[in-house]
Design a protein around this ligand. Structure first.
Ligand code: M6R
Length: 639
């Protein structure tokens, strides 16, 4: 939440900062602002609304050229999205400008103290309190870094702070606690950003900043210390993607681009993690739900995850796995639970990260806590991981963002290689998360000796076929789903049903629709219908039903078909998502969307795709901004 950019170099900072903010706008888009420092002193401009409003204002009246600057794009926490509440906030009689991401929890008390000293505030934000405190210290010390060091111990909560001062041109001082901050290392210039997207078009050499660190950046130097002033060593890393990966590249939206990239996201997440034969598992699949072996022998390689070398104990010693995540990532976790329990025969609980630590869960050294997070910065998930570590649990992160806080604070990490995900609605990261979980489940099953090697090879081969299968769904079904969405543009409510691994996909289908099309949507376990939700069905009610493959379980298939009959008898309009060749579903559905054959546990990687396309097409049909839905931000870095 909130995007932050800083630049210290020789070029004009305003254009560099505005370009960085454009790449970070997905983090918050209710207002934006910029402050620069040059020969003229400090200049600042901020505007409510999307970044375009600030752009327009700067085009009408540019800031004087200046080689140092900071910029911010906001997701409001304290105070409405007005010009006054936008960042930067000024202090020291307008000579100091500060931007903030996070929440300063004790701001009320600090504000009262400052007000009783005669400080007048221009905004309702918690952030301005930090600006005022640092400004007051600057007046005393004449040095921004010293002012930071004096004030930071007084701030509680989460913050990334960046500040510039008119009297110290060429210097940006920054600090972080619980909110993200990355440095970009250039040649005669350096950058700061909430994530590497802020500067990746200029440099791919980056340094992630640790907890409770202060950074002083000039064009020629980067100094990192802890709050007490002790030097901190930091390892630079190379960003694995380039600026083009974070561009729309001719697509109508980032979401459309990211859905189209799903085959690649899965393939990249598998790359280098399967050794031995690369076989085709198409439709080889395998007998009962949960994957008893069937089909031919000799296909498929063996999962080997190099990042987990030396970490066998995490999986072998664990008595239990708890997966913590939020939103879409938590639905990926639910899919992972089925695979882990099936192949590794280990109990798995999935916990919403924000509920986890507040109910005193029973965890200890023999619990493996797996976190899933695209951003690696979600505050709820980060706090759950920290809590787990305090209780002695071992931790594994599944994350899409290099150098993010959650992987840095975990015992081991598996990166999903989905590439940058910009649209607020998570799509390609979701399929990459499920892919990573499948790899972990196959790995754990092998290590614990619970997975029959033949099944392991078949499932691995089937996993390797998923990119092609997703491409098939995209090629064959996009137009029809788009047409369907156009018919349904006035629909007020859509329901989603699934059983077994179809259940988390029903939840995800509903979340996608809610968040980008603002239509009421709910996902249910199909078996739960008769326990209440069936009362919602009235004539014409659209219901998406994820139909499990009859080849894997005739029983499950029959149960879902019978659920379809129950809702159809009450007037529901049924859109079934069923595998190719499932003829039994045809008489019971108004529409059937087809997915290629795969194994039972891998079906979610295919069944989710039509639901993502549907949500996107419906939102587009309603004329909504699919990339930046109202009230949301991509990375939820406050609790
Ligand atoms: O970055 P994370 O994966 O930790 O984010 C978790 C959720 O905030 C995220 O999946 C959210 O639900 C998406 N907007 C869903 O599309």
């Amino acid at each position: 939440m909130c995007g932050i950019v800083g630049y210290a170099g020789a070029r004009d900072s305003a254009s560099i900062i505005m370009a960085g903010l454009a790449r970070l706008e997905y983090r918050g888009y209710d207002s934006a602002g910029i402050a620069t420092v040059g020969e003229h002193g400090l200049a600042m401009r901020k505007k409510s609304g999307k970044l375009a409003a600030l752009h327009e204002s700067l085009a009408d009246a540019p800031l004087p050229a200046a080689p140092t600057g900071i910029g911010h794009t906001r997701w409001a926490t304290h105070g409405a999205p007005t010009d006054e509440n936008a960042h930067p906030h000024l202090a020291d009689s307008g000579r100091l400008a500060l931007i903030h991401n996070g929440i300063i929890e004790n701001y009320g008390e600090l504000r009262r103290e400052l007000e009783s000293d005669g400080v007048a505030f221009a905004s309702e934000t918690d952030s301005e309190v930090a600006a005022a405190l640092i400004g007051r210290e600057y007046e005393r010390t004449g040095d921004l870094e010293q002012a930071f060091r004096a004030v930071l111990p007084r701030l509680e909560g989460a913050f990334t702070l960046l500040a510039v001062h008119a009297n110290q041109p060429g210097i940006i001082v920054a600090a972080r606690r619980n909110s993200p901050l990355v440095i970009g290392l250039g040649d005669g210039e350096n950058y700061l950003g909430s994530d590497v997207a802020a500067f990746v078009e200029h440099t791919r050499r980056a340094v992630a900043i640790g907890q409770d660190n202060i950074v002083t950046v000039t064009p020629a130097s980067v100094t990192i210390t802890d709050f007490a002033g002790t030097a901190v060593a930091a390892e630079p890393f190379d960003v694995s993607w380039d600026a083009a990966a974070a561009d729309k590249g001719g697509w109508p939206s980032f979401m459309a681009k990211e859905v189209a990239e799903e085959p690649e996201a899965v393939a990249n997440t598998l790359r280098g993690r399967v050794r031995g034969e690369v076989g085709s598992g198409v439709g080889r699949g395998v007998g009962a739900v949960g994957g008893g072996a069937g089909g031919g022998g000799g296909v498929g390689g063996e999962v080997h995850i190099p990042e987990l070398d030396g970490h066998d104990d995490l999986f072998v010693d664990a008595e239990r796995i708890v997966i913590v995540a939020c939103g879409t990532a938590s639905y990926a976790a639910l899919v992972g639970k089925y695979a882990l329990e099936n192949w590794a025969r280990i109990p798995v609980d999935v916990e919403l990260a924000h509920e986890f630590r507040y109910r005193d869960p029973i965890i200890g050294p023999r619990t493996l806590v797996v976190s899933i997070s695209q951003s690696g910065e979600t505050m709820d998930t980060l706090m759950a991981v920290r809590f787990a570590r305090e209780k002695g649990a071992r931790t594994l992160a599944i994350c899409n963002t290099q150098g993010a806080t959650i992987p840095r604070e975990s015992d081991a990490v598996i990166y999903t290689h989905a590439g940058p995900e910009v649209a607020v609605a998570s799509t390609k990261a979701f399929v990459a998360q499920i892919t990573a979980l499948m790899l972990v489940a196959l790995h754990t099953g092998r290590l614990r000796g619970t997975l029959d090697p033949q099944t392991g090879r078949l499932e691995t081969a089937a996993l390797q076929d998923i990119p092609d299968h997703i491409a098939t769904v995209l090629a064959q079904e996009t137009d029809r789903i788009t047409e369907l969405a156009h018919w349904m543009a006035d629909t007020r409510s859509v329901l989603f049903l699934g059983r077994h691994v179809g259940y988390p996909i029903a939840l995800e289908g509903a979340l996608k629709l809610k968040e980008i099309s603002y239509i009421h949507a709910e996902g249910f376990a199909a078996g739960e219908l008769k326990h209440g939700p069936i009362a919602l069905i009235e004539p014409g009610q659209p219901v998406f039903v994820i139909v499990p493959s009859p080849r894997h379980s005739a029983l499950l298939h029959a149960k879902v078909v019978s659920n379809i009959q129950e809702i159809r008898a009450r007037g529901a309009r049924v859109i079934a998502i069923a595998e190719e060749g499932d003829a039994a579903v045809l008489p019971h559905a108004d529409e059937v969307i087809r997915i290629p054959l795969t194994t039972a546990l891998l079906e979610p990687l295919l069944t989710v795709v039509p639901l993502q396309i549907f949500a996107m097409a419906l939102a587009t049909a309603k004329g909504l901004d699919v990339d930046q839905p109202r009230n949301l931000a991509k990375s939820v870095t406050v609790e």
